[in-house]
Design a protein around this ligand. Structure first.
Ligand code: G3P
Ligand code: MG
Length: 237
């Protein structure tokens, strides 16, 4: 299974509607995207702590309201073809996924200055409001606090632990969360580690693999979903 990373980060500005459309056109059934809170507590789709790299504005996402964020151009940094692309809310994004029968790997992005609980609480409200289907959703995070709070407020939703380190010790600690998946940086994955993870009944997901020649190796190790910036290349192959 192939998931577009931040939409389809090689084809369109990351975490935008154009990116989700590119992933969909590529044939991806899954998309990974990042969410965090605006100043007025709306979950928006954005990766970095500041808007500096991916918009024409500057400052912390957490200091800007939804309408301030939406007044920025989130496309022209990528290419002229995407001038006028807007930052979108999680709610809008969920509706787009439902209309197009897409599955979502929603990364709960907790930057240094952020608290996990308020974001998780707002995500729970939006999911309930649009009645997003649980079977099309994985909530994932590097943050153990975010995952713990998800388990408390949305125990019915599948949880994935994201890491770039050997996960085995942390997995022991996270047992009470009844995790669904482990999302590993592909650079650290070895076959023995893969086996230890899948032997625990956990699904194995890797990010961010852009070299399609490695796909078969990872698949033979039990990797279930490959997250890539190039969903078009992987699906064509
Ligand atoms: O969800 C896995 C991957 O996206 C984690 O890294 O920095 O791209 O959010 P990052
Ligand atoms: Mg991410």
């Amino acid at each position: 299974m192939i998931a577009g990373h931040r939409g389809a980060a090689s084809l369109a500005p990351e975490n935008t509607l154009s990116g989700f459309k590119k992933a969909l056109q590529s044939g991806a059934k899954w998309i990974e995207l990042d969410t965090q809170l605006s100043a007025d507590k709306t979950p928006v789709i954005f990766h970095d702590e500041t808007v500096d790299r991916c918009t024409n504005g500057e400052g912390l996402v957490a200091d800007l309201t939804l309408s301030q964020l939406q007044s920025l151009d989130a496309g022209s940094w990528f290419s002229e073809a995407f001038i006028g692309e807007q930052i979108i809310s999680l709610e809008h994004t969920l509706l787009f996924f439902m209309e197009n029968d897409l599955s979502m790997n929603l990364e709960i992005k907790i930057h240094h200055s952020h608290q996990a609980e308020p974001l998780v609480d707002e995500i729970a409200k939006v999911l309930a409001k649009v009645n997003f289907p649980n079977e099309k959703l994985i909530l994932s995070s590097f943050s153990e606090l975010a995952l713990t709070h998800c388990h408390q407020v949305m125990p019915e939703i599948r949880l994935g632990y994201i890491t770039e380190h050997d996960p085995l010790v942390t997995l022991e600690k996270l047992k009470p969360l009844n995790l669904y998946s482990v999302h590993l940086d592909h650079k650290i994955l070895e076959q023995t580690m893969a086996k230890k993870i899948t032997d625990q009944g956990l699904k194995l997901i890797i990010w961010t693999l852009n070299d399609v020649t490695q796909a078969d190796k990872f698949r033979s190790w039990g990797v279930e979903i490959i997250i890539t910036d190039k969903p078009d290349v992987f699906i064509n192959a």
